[in-house]
Every structure is written in C-alpha cells, then in structure tokens.
Design a protein around this ligand. Structure first.
Ligand SMILES: Cc1cc2nc3c(=O)[nH]c(=O)nc-3n(C[C@H](O)[C@H](O)[C@H](O)COP(=O)(O)OP(=O)(O)OC[C@H]3O[C@@H](n4cnc5c(N)ncnc54)[C@H](O)[C@@H]3O)c2cc1C
Ligand SMILES: NC(=O)c1ccc[n+]([C@@H]2O[C@H](COP(=O)([O-])OP(=O)(O)OC[C@H]3O[C@@H](n4cnc5c(N)ncnc54)[C@H](O)[C@@H]3O)[C@@H](O)[C@H]2O)c1
Length: 473
C-alpha cells in the first residue's frame, strides 16, 4: 500500500520535534502535526523556559533585597518587569524552534489537531493523511484533582501563570511537587505571600528523603509550607479564593488573591481517537514497550504522553530512539536508569538513580553511602552559602547507583557524577581527576576521596602500608 508519508509525527514539542528533525535528516518523507499556533510544546511555552526565566528574574530581585528594601509599589514594578522578561525569553527561543526552520528541513507541517481514523490514517483538520509509521508525541496537561468547587473558581496552572502581569498580594499553591515548589519560590521572591498545601508528609516527595528535608527547611524560610495538608474544598471570595484543607485530621481555611494548582500531569491522549487505531492506554498514558512501540507495531509514543518520566531530556532521548527504530529499522531500547534531573529551586537539587531508601532495599549491606556537607567545603564556606549536602550511593566496588545533592548550582557541578556513571566508570575514579581549586565541583572529588578512605584506612591494605613505611622507608 502507498502512504502519503513514511512517518507522521503528532505533536510539535520536545519529543515530536526531535523525531521530525531526525526523520527528515535521514531522508524520510515526514509530516509534523501541531494543534497550537507555535511549535515548541509545553517546555517552551508553559514549562522549562518560562519557569527558568522567572526563577532567574526572581533570584536577582531576591539578591537585591539583601541590599535594599522594596516597597509594595517596587514589588509591583519588579513583578511585571519579571513577567515581561519571561515573555521575551520565550520569544527568543521560539525563533529557534520556528516553523520555517522545520519546513526548510523538508517537513510538511500541518497546523491542526490530529485524530486517528484507522491505524494508518489521521484526520488533520479538513484533510486526511496516511503514514506508514506514526509517532505520538502529544505531551501532557495539568491534572486537576476533583476538589469540590475547583471548577467554580478562577485558578492558575502552569499554562496561565506566566500570563500574569500584576503581582497578586497572596497565592495558595496546591501541590508541593517540582512545579509547585519551583514556581512558589519564584513568586515569593517577587513579593507574593505564598502558602503551599502538600498532601504528602514532605514536599518534593520524589527526592531522596534527606535531600527533600533540607530543601523543605530552606524553602520554609521564604514561604509558608503546610505538609500533610490536603485541599478539600475551594470557594470564591470577593477578593480571590478560600481553600478549605485538612491538616493532620483538622479542618482549616486559607484565603488568597490567587490559586495555583500544581498537582501532577495527565497525558494528552483523550482526543486522539486511539480506539480507531487499536492503540492501548493505561491510566490515560499510551502503553509502550522498551522500543517505544505501542500495541500497534508501527505506532510509537515518546515524551510525556507515554507516562515514563516527564522531562524534556527524556522526551529528547526517546525521540532519538524512535527515529532509530521507526526510520532506520533498528530495535534500540529506552533505559531510564541513568537519567538525572534537576529541581531549579534555590538551592538546586540534583537527582540521579536510586534514593537511599530504595538503594538500601536493593543492595542491603553491600551499599556504600558517601556524604559531604557543603559546610565542610572551602568554596561554599567562602561564599557563605553552606546549606546543602552531597550524597553518593555505590556498590562495594564503587558502581554508582544513586547520586543526590542539594546546594547552590548543584544541577551543574553534580553532573560530573552522572557523566562518570554514564561512561561506566567507578565513583572513586573522580578522585584521580584534578579539579581546579576552589571550583564548586571540588565537593564531588572530596566525596569521592571518602571511598578511598573507607577502603584503605582501617583495612588490611592500610596495615600493610603502615608496616612497609615503618620497616622499609
Ligand atoms: C512548569 C513546568 C516546568 C518544567 N520544567 C522542566 C525542566 O526544567 N526540565 C525538564 O526536563 N522538564 C521540565 N518540564 C517538563 C517538560 O516540559 C515536559 O517533559 C516536556 O515538555 C515534554 O515534551 P513532549 O514533547 O512530550 O510534550 P510537549 O512539549 O507538551 O509537546 C506536545 C505537543 O503536542 C501537541 N498536541 C497534543 N495533542 C495533539 C493533537 N491531537 N494533534 C496535534 N498536536 C497535538 C501539543 O499542542 C504540544 O505542542 C516542565 C514542565 C512544566 C509544566
Ligand atoms: N525541573 C524540572 O525538570 C521540572 C520542573 C517542573 C516540572 N517537571 C516535570 O513535571 C512533573 C509534574 O510536576 P508536578 O509538580 O505537577 O507533579 P508532582 O506529581 O511531582 O507533584 C504534585 C503534588 O501535588 C500533591 N497533591 C495532589 N493533590 C493534592 C491535594 N488535593 N492537596 C494537596 N496536595 C496535593 C501531590 O501529593 C504531589 O506531591 C514533574 O514530575 C517533572 O517530571 C520537571
């Protein structure tokens, strides 16, 4: 059978653009379908880019506030300035992901919503196209929990918060995950009185427990964080919203001018007509195997819509694998063991692999844990910025199974551990690399030295060395 395209990609976000560009570069006849007016997806328009631009603007305001005090009028001005700066940053990056760039690659771009008609046919607005292989890369949207009254109030999500231009005096944030905490800290630094309601007993529950504890302690200096606090009911007030919540079994209320709901994500699969293509889903996410194939062999799914790990770099990694498999006919498999992520709070959090609790369950007595507090590192001492910890988890031979840190810039300097792990090197090999003094990553080599200390001192080897030095030197 003849198809219009060798490959059709649904969704022009991080995953879809990787697939479309990769497929076109290998000479495949490629269609890219995007329902929004611009390419770039969530990461560019409502996610990574605007949030990181906002975090940086808020950081600058926060630092300045150590040297001068700001009035409410100052904060109004700084807030709207920060939001304008966010919009400019998104526009700059948008130019990089421009439609022309992809059209120039030879890709046919359809600006419409794609709906499956059958396993090889898509309705794309008024048109119908067929493709031999199809990649679903439709991303995710904010999951709004069924809290009583939520639909009767105006609430913000990551899709609307970056459009604010006027500083709200106060904000309740439901959800203390990455989105909730990154945005809460930025809002608070821009003069908003923020209260976070988190149903779990800790914020950032996906992080190593000790790291999350330090992060929570630090964040609590800048905003009000209520854990074990579940939002039950929301009502509209004259000035904003009232949130009724239960904390430790007791009902309480909070009032604020704005409400941000940051309670997780749901895959964008509802309107795809997957039932016409025989593509299976689980809890709304497209089911895929390790080769990223769906229940239909010729249809693949990458990025947030397959429910694996909702990060841009994961969508990119999966996109490359889908190109290899769908276009080149390989059977590469996705692996998630060596994927780091960063929480861009102040201080930053770096996460790689197993958390200490999981690693202990898996490796028992064989697990080695190496920790350095930033208060014991010269650079952090010099900068008077000693809040934080590095924690590396290895097997007895030094194979890295988890790496976690909280500290200023941790997202950058901890990646050294990720690189060493990806290259299948042992953690102790970092000790052999000369680090410029006093770069922050010295704290990583300092932690690596602990491996040798543990292995050498107090061991038979050390007894032998001592005997040799005494007797023969
Ligand atoms: C506030 C926030 C901050 C974030 N920060 C980070 C970060 O710092 N680092 C990080 O790694 N990740 C971050 N993420 C996560 C990251 O944004 C996502 O993991 C990433 O965007 C997923 O890419 P994707 O291609 O799967 O989906 P998307 O980028 O969302 O792209 C999907 C595209 O498909 C389109 N689409 C959907 N259905 C159809 C259809 N039927 N027809 C046509 N088009 C369709 C959508 O319009 C969209 O453009 C953040 C997310 C949020 C919300
Ligand atoms: N820096 C980054 O890379 C980055 C930044 C932002 C988002 N992301 C991605 O987006 C994903 C989604 O983030 P998220 O923060 O929305 O989801 P999340 O699942 O991490 O956090 C949602 C939180 O909301 C809480 N919650 C749910 N209902 C509640 C209620 N009724 N009352 C109180 N608390 C409630 C949950 O307990 C949970 O802790 C992340 O897992 C991450 O993959 C990445």
């Amino acid at each position: 059978m003849d198809y219009d395209y060798q490959i059709a990609v649904i969704g022009g976000g991080s995953g879809g653009l990787t697939v479309a560009a990769g497929a076109a570069s290998f000479g495949a006849e490629t269609a890219l379908i995007e329902r929004k007016p611009n390419l770039g997806g969530d990461c560019l328009h409502y996610g990574c880019m605007p949030s990181k631009a906002l975090i940086q603007a808020a950081k600058e305001v926060h630092t300045s506030s150590h040297y001068q005090s700001f009035s409410n009028e100052d904060y109004d001005h700084l807030f709207s300035g920060a939001m304008e700066r966010v919009a400019e940053a998104v526009e700059d990056v948008q130019n990089h992901d421009s439609k022309d760039r992809f059209i120039d690659m030879g890709i046919d771009l359809y600006e419409a919503e794609a709906v499956f008609q059958d396993p090889h046919t898509l309705r794309v607005g008024e048109k119908t196209i067929t493709a031999k292989r199809i990649v679903i890369a439709t991303g995710s949207s904010p999951f709004i929990p069924p809290i009583q009254g939520v639909d009767e109030v105006d609430y913000l999500t990551n899709e609307t918060i970056f459009s604010l231009r006027q500083r709200p005096a106060s904000m309740v944030v439901i959800g203390g995950g990455i989105i909730g905490i990154e945005l809460s800290q930025a809002m608070s630094r821009l003069g908003v009185d923020v209260t976070v309601l988190e149903g779990n007993d800790t914020i950032l529950a996906n992080e190593d427990e000790e790291i999350a504890g330090i992060a929570q302690q630090t964040a609590s200096r800048e905003m009000n964080i209520l854990t074990n606090a579940k939002a039950d009911r929301i009502e509209k007030t004259q000035t904003g919203v009232k949130v009724v919540y239960t904390k430790d079994g007791v009902e309480n209320t909070l009032e604020a001018e704005q409400l941000l709901v940051a309670t997780g994500r749901k895959a964008n699969t509802g309107s795809l007509g997957l039932e016409h293509a025989g593509v299976e889903t689980e809890k709304g996410a497209v089911t895929v195997n390790a080769s990223l194939r769906t229940s239909q062999n010729h249809i693949y799914a990458v990025g947030d819509c397959n429910g694996s790990m909702p990060f841009t770099h994961v969508a990119g990694m999966e996109g490359k694998i889908a190109v290899s498999n769908a276009v080149l006919g390989l059977s590469r498999k996705a692996s998630y063991e060596k994927i780091p992520w960063v929480v861009y709070t102040a201080p930053e959090i770096y996460h790689l692999g197993l958390r200490e609790k999981e690693a202990k369950e898996k490796y028992g007595d064989k697990l080695l844990t190496f920790k350095t507090k930033l208060e014991n590192n010269d650079r952090f001492m010099a900068e008077r910025n000693t809040t934080g910890l590095v924690k590396i988890l290895t097997t007895s031979r030094g194979r890295i199974v988890g790496a976690h840190a909280v500290g200023e810039g941790a997202g950058e300097w901890m990646q050294e551990v990720g690189t060493v792990q990806a290259l299948n090197k042992k953690f102790q090999s970092i000790s052999n690399i000369i680090h410029p003094y006093p770069a922050r990553n010295n704290v990583v080599s300092q932690t690596s030295d602990l491996y040798w200390r543990e292995k050498l001192f107090g061991s038979r080897v050390n007894d032998l060395i001592q005997w040799y030095v005494k007797k023969w030197r």
